[in-house]
Ligand binder design. Structure first.
Ligand SMILES: Nc1ncnc2c1ncn2[C@@H]1O[C@H](COP(=O)(O)OP(=O)(O)O)[C@@H](O)[C@H]1O
Ligand SMILES: [Mg+2]
Length: 378
């Protein structure tokens, strides 16, 4: 289709992931074929809303009322962040094609008899307050077609990070870690794969919040002060999720303090538990990389993204556990590591508006490609 020069190709992607750390908004211009970041705006979740959302991630009383209220509050906050971004960039609402807003996952249950994944952050409100068409609910079409609904980022990774001739692995360290295994650009058809590996930051964040009243372990310094508890690490690694083959996806429903606490003995110093949780992240990623390498000769440079890449001690452990790999942030291949997830939802919004499928059946296990999300007109 021929496009006139004044047709905008600018999309806003919004992500608030499992970590519940904040809202990341990024504006991307796709007009050149490669995503060009125009600007970004991130803000932390207010403590009260963070607590409300965290509580909604577990079953509890009066859920519908709490869900409805939080949905509206988060929708308003997302809209406010998008407007801050457009103001910063001196862009009008009319210059933005659409907002792709992932929303906050409060329940992800892809493996039950009636599978579902529920994100909140009301899109009617976002569209109304911003005057920009908004797309949400990206996961359910894939789940309706038998998929996990997650991860959805590998398709985007394939489109921006693929090497010309080599297979390449990308690992994201959000609340949960996930891997994308990208086919070479030159290969047709592409065989993109990917799945969730396990907890990356979520258990570390929850533990330090409980014991030090901090949202996360800056640079991994508290973990660094402790010692690995081998029996605890071994026990945690026995979780069936690590053994399962992909497609697979997970979240705070599986990896939370209710799961962890029964394994914690009184004699364990809390910094040793933090150290062990960091080791759990590092070892589960190492095991995954080694398993995949036995199947697929991917490049020796592993590219990493997500907030966990700012945890210096986690990176030190990864480099030690995977000595034959060069570990680099995705900044080296065009996208700042903290913006990759939000960028993916700008891209997914673009695919949806173009009527193109956004899922990868090999990744999610869906029976077919699906156009993702619901469109809320401005
Ligand atoms: N300087 C840092 N040191 C250690 N960990 C960090 C740092 N910055 C961010 N993180 C970790 O990254 C998490 C946020 O990562 P993010 O990619 O936004 O995850 P999500 O997609 O789950 O929101 C924080 O909760 C924290 O655990
Ligand atoms: Mg985040």
């Amino acid at each position: 289709m021929k496009r006139s020069a004044d047709v905008s190709e600018i999309y806003i992607g919004v992500m608030s992931g499992t970590s519940l750390d904040g809202i990341d908004c990024v504006a991307i211009d796709f007009s050149t074929g490669h995503p060009a970041i125009l600007g970004q705006h991130s803000s932390a979740l207010p403590n009260q809303l963070k607590a409300t959302l965290a509580a909604l991630c577990q079953p509890g009383a009066d859920e519908i009322e709490r869900l409805g209220t939080a949905d509206v509050e988060l929708g308003r906050l997302i809209a406010k962040n998008c407007l801050k971004l457009t103001e910063k960039l001196h862009l009008s609402s009319q210059q933005i094609c659409a907002i792709g807003s992932h929303g906050q996952t409060i329940r992800h249950r892809p493996d039950q008899e009636n599978p579902f994944s529920l994100q909140i952050g009301n899109a009617n409100i976002i569209a109304d307050l911003t005057g920009i068409t908004t797309i949400t609910d990206f996961r359910m079409a894939d789940i309706a077609s038998g998929g996990q609904g997650a991860p959805l980022v590998p398709a985007f990774h394939q489109s921006v990070f693929a090497h010309d001739t080599k297979y390449r692995a990308i690992i994201n360290f959000g609340g949960i870690s996930n891997i994308s295994l990208l086919s070479p650009q030159s290969l047709e058809p592409k065989q993109t794969r990917g799945y969730d590996i396990g907890p990356a930051n979520t258990l570390m964040d929850q533990w330090i919040q409980q014991h030090r009243n901090k949202p996360y372990d800056q640079n991994g310094d508290w973990a660094r002060s402790g010692k690995v508890i081998p029996e605890l690490l071994e026990t945690l690694l026995r979780h069936e999720f690590f053994k399962r083959e992909g497609p697979k996806s997970t979240g705070r429903e599986l990896f939370n303090l209710n799961w962890l606490n029964p394994f914690i003995k009184k004699a364990y110093p809390s910094e040793d538990v933090q150290r062990t949780l960091l080791e759990l992240t590092a070892v589960s990623v190492k095991n995954c990389v080694e398993k995949e390498l036995a199947r697929l000769a991917f490049d020796e440079t592993l590219y990493i993204c997500g907030g966990g890449t700012f945890n210096g001690f986690l990176l030190t452990r990864l480099k030690t556990l995977l000595p034959s790999f060069i570990i680099e942030k995705t900044d080296a291949i065009s996208l700042p590591c903290q913006l990759v997830e939000a960028s993916a939802f700008a891209w997914l919004a673009k695919e949806t508006m173009a009527g193109q499928p956004g899922n990868q059946p090999l990744v999610t296990g869906a029976t077919r490609p699906r156009v993702l999300g619901a469109i809320y007109s401005a």
